[in-house]
Design a protein around this ligand. Structure first.
Ligand SMILES: Nc1ncnc2c1ncn2[C@@H]1O[C@H](COP(=O)(O)OP(=O)(O)OP(=O)(O)O)[C@@H](O)[C@H]1O
Ligand SMILES: [Mg+2]
Length: 372
């Protein structure tokens, strides 16, 4: 059981390199929080500060109401699992898993009980006497997780634990982590990943980090929400494009009708399109970007459409067909359509895309109209 509270947490390396600023986050017992963000935005730094491996430069970290900024890592009740699992090669799975408990001078009976319970949770019972070299990558990562479980920590921190595994093992291990979490409903977990699917499937809430507007090298929280909140109602273009793959299409447009729903006209050709996002009379004429996810784009023959373009490249994956449109000008983002299933070839054809009004996002100066 552990609640974590981060208040105005900041990190400055070496007294001058500011990395993180204004990190405010309340994490409740039992949550699985996933941190995502561009490479170098400070995800590992944040985990290491929570673990106590890195000094907190500003603000406070509380665990269950007690400020722990100056509490050493071993007394925080936190276990961290890294990308490189670093098992002791000359020790068996059992010896690796019990190592920390031996150091802590627990009784052998206590140690055996903890190791066997953890092995069962992780389906490692039959491997307890093997050396790490005789295990697959996924099994080794499970041993690394087992090493932390035996200590019965209040909080688990995972820093890209699956990124060394091949695609199939990643999927299998991801599902095992999800099941493990279900078996430990009172444990709090914080998980860093670059993998969209891991973030979407494991998280109770996702924390998206982004560069602060005033300074491209300092990062803070852009949005916190459940996976589908972030997918359906991103607060900014950055979050909109960060969550979902391929990224949301952004199209320049002008607001031509306001009210409970908003009517927009795209700047680069295209007709008018309606969005269920409400707007005020002051928004009339505003230059905005409309956002349509590739999977929400619908092929249409109608005169009201958001985008028309020539299909330059097509990827037919069976499950879906991806259409990459020729850019209207060299600096324009590429528009992508994702159609369900298999279609006759579209290559070289000019087609029109529209979307259901409930799927049309509107951003002004990068910020969603829903969040102003
Ligand atoms: N010991 C250090 N001294 C100075 N700067 C550091 C130190 N450790 C990390 N940094 C810098 O802090 C920033 C954040 O690094 P961090 O490793 O936390 O990023 P990350 O989000 O985990 O990136 P990735 O996704 O690539 O793992 C980077 O710009 C990095 O160069
Ligand atoms: Mg990292």
């Amino acid at each position: 059981m552990a609640n974590l509270k981060l208040t105005d947490v900041a990190k400055v390396y070496g007294g001058q390199v500011e990395v993180l600023k204004d990190i405010n986050l309340d994490i409740k017992t039992g949550e699985l929080i996933v941190f995502v963000g561009p490479s170098g935005c400070g995800k590992s730094t944040l985990l290491r500060m929570i673990a106590g491996l890195e000094k907190i430069s500003g603000g406070t970290l509380e665990i269950d109401g007690t400020v722990v900024n100056d509490v050493p890592p071993s007394e925080r009740g936190i276990a961290m699992v890294f990308q490189s699992y670093a098992l002791y090669p000359h020790m068996t799975v059992r010896e690796n898993m019990q190592f920390a408990l031996k150091i802590a001078k627990k009784s052998q009976a206590e140690i055996d009980k903890a190791v066997e319970a953890a092995a069962e949770k992780l389906q490692l019972t039959e491997y307890l006497d093997r050396l790490p070299k005789a295990l697959s990558g996924g099994q080794r990562q499970r041993v690394a997780i087992g090493r932390s479980i035996v200590r019965d920590p209040k909080v688990y921190l995972f820093d890209e634990p699956l990124s060394n595994l091949d695609a199939a093992l990643r999927v299998a291990t991801r599902i095992e982590i999800a099941q493990l979490k279900e078996q430990m409903p009172d444990s709090t977990m914080i998980y860093v990943t670059h993998d969209q699917v891991e973030a979407m499937t494991l998280a109770s809430r996702i924390v998206v980090l982004d560069a602060l507007k005033d300074n491209g090298h300092k990062y803070s929280i852009a949005q916190v929400g459940s996976p589908l909140e972030l997918y359906e109602t991103p607060n900014s273009e950055f979050v909109a494009r960060f969550i979902g793959s391929p990224a949301m299409n952004l199209l320049e447009a002008e607001i031509v009708g306001t009210g409970e729903t908003t009517t927009l006209k795209t700047t680069l050709g295209g007709g008018t399109i309606t969005s269920n996002v409400p707007s005020t009379p002051q928004d009339q004429g505003a230059k905005v970007n409309i956002g349509i996810r590739p999977e929400d784009a619908i092929e249409t023959d109608a005169d009201d459409y958001a985008f028309a373009g020539e299909v330059e490249v097509e990827e037919r994956l069976g499950e879906v067909t991806l259409l990459y449109f020729k850019r209207a000008h060299p600096d324009a983002d590429q528009v992508i359509g994702k159609l369900q299933g298999i279609h006759p070839t579209h290559r070289g054809q000019t087609i029109r895309l529209a979307a259901d009004p409930s799927k049309v996002h509107i951003f002004r100066n990068g910020v969603s109209l829903l969040y102003r």
